[in-house]
Design a protein around this ligand. Structure first.
Ligand code: KG4
Ligand code: ZN
Length: 339
């Protein structure tokens, strides 16, 4: 058994997780998070400099909270995992520097992990070890990728967004409707009172045979649709949210399920902030049931960025005796997965 500490600072959440890994998989002991999201709200998006500074301030208090929740001390930690990329360069550097200091000071191995791979691995904390192979749908503010997960540390990219990420589309539509930032949770909530069939918004790249996504046309269609209302007070906001959300959930789930069928993989894992979306979760479940596939989606709190996901992937690496990263490992804002 070993205790793995995971540090996540790729965007605006300072996440520190602690998992205990053993032969039967990993158990989550602590998942402490400090978010600088409120500081970015008035800019309508994450301000990198503000995020980096917030990580520096939040790092030690968040670490102390995680250790207290797990009921352990730094001396008990057996390995340190950290998001090495992709993400905001300055933000990543804070986590990577802290992880290196901890690994060096404690004389324990350091594991740099890929942020998107960690979004898949976190599901092991809820639903046990991953199957030998599965398809992952990773949808966040920065990414929308469909991956084949044969090696949990390095999922293979099958398709990606060619323009906006799914979460970005949620955030932009929320801005068009003046609903605040981040937009995903509020669009999700408002959509609950709307009719998803009220407006037939376009499904980008739906029938093109690829595994790629496109959301900028959808965002433009929403903008054009809203522009037709001379008075913003007349806009049926709930119907717009529900119909927009339906279009996103429709294309994401259709392509993810086709990938499972094409590759003969019987499990779909969904991760990333947008995986918290209630309609995406519901439609994915309905369609996986119909196709005889197993759907694995972590609880919403583990879908958005957190340290537990990094610790979960670190535990997989420790478990298989992977070679640790070097203490001079870089933080990489761009870190492509294999294709
Ligand atoms: O994974 P994440 O926390 O950070 C990134 O790596 O980007 O994802 C954040 C994104 C934001 O765009 C946010 O609007 C979106 O996830 N999001 C949601 C929901 N909760 C968060 N989108 C749709 N529905 C939600 N319930
Ligand atoms: Zn993320």
């Amino acid at each position: 058994m070993s205790l793995v500490l995971g540090l996540e600072t790729s965007c605006d959440e300072t996440g520190i997780g602690i998992v205990r890994s053993g032969p039967d998989g990993a158990v989550l002991l602590a998942d402490a998070i400090a978010s600088s999201a409120p500081e970015h709200a008035r800019y309508g998006g994450v301000v990198p400099e503000v995020a980096s500074r917030a990580h520096v301030e939040a790092m030690l208090p968040t670490l102390e909270r995680a250790l207290a929740t797990a009921g352990c001390s730094l001396a008990d930690i057996d390995a340190v995992a950290v998001t090495g990329g992709p993400g905001l360069a300055g933000a990543l550097l804070v986590g990577v520097a802290a992880a290196k200091a901890l690994a060096a000071g404690l004389d324990k191995p350091l594991y740099g992990v890929h942020h998107l791979a960690a979004h898949v691995a976190v599901d092991t904390l809820e639903h046990g070890p991953l199957p030998d192979a599965c398809v992952g749908l990773l949808v966040s503010g920065g990414h929308s990728s469909l991956v084949a997960v044969e090696d949990p540390a390095a999922p293979r990219v099958l398709g990606e967004t060619v323009d906006d990420a799914a979460g970005e589309a949620f955030d932009k539509v929320a801005r068009l409707l003046d609903l605040g930032f981040p937009g995903g949770p509020v669009v999700d909530r408002v959509a609950g009172d709307g009719n998803p069939l009220a407006i037939a918004f376009p499904r980008g790249k739906h029938d093109d045979g690829s595994y790629d996504f496109s959301f900028s046309g959808l965002k433009t269609a929403v903008a054009r649709w809203l522009a037709a209302y001379p008075d913003a007070r007349d806009v049926p906001v709930a119907d717009v949210c529900a119909s927009f959300q339906e279009a996103v959930a429709d294309v994401l789930t259709a392509k993810a399920i086709r990938a499972c069928q094409d590759f003969g993989y019987d499990t779909l894992v969904i991760g990333g902030g947008v995986a918290a979306n209630s309609r995406l979760r519901g439609l994915a479940q309905t369609r996986c049931d119909a196709a005889g596939l197993r759907l694995r989606v972590p609880r919403p709190g583990l879908c958005t960025d957190n340290g537990a996901m990094v610790a979960a992937l670190g535990a997989i690496l420790v478990g298989r005796g992977a070679t640790p990263s070097r203490l001079d490992m870089p933080a990489r804002s761009t870190l492509p997965l294999p294709h």
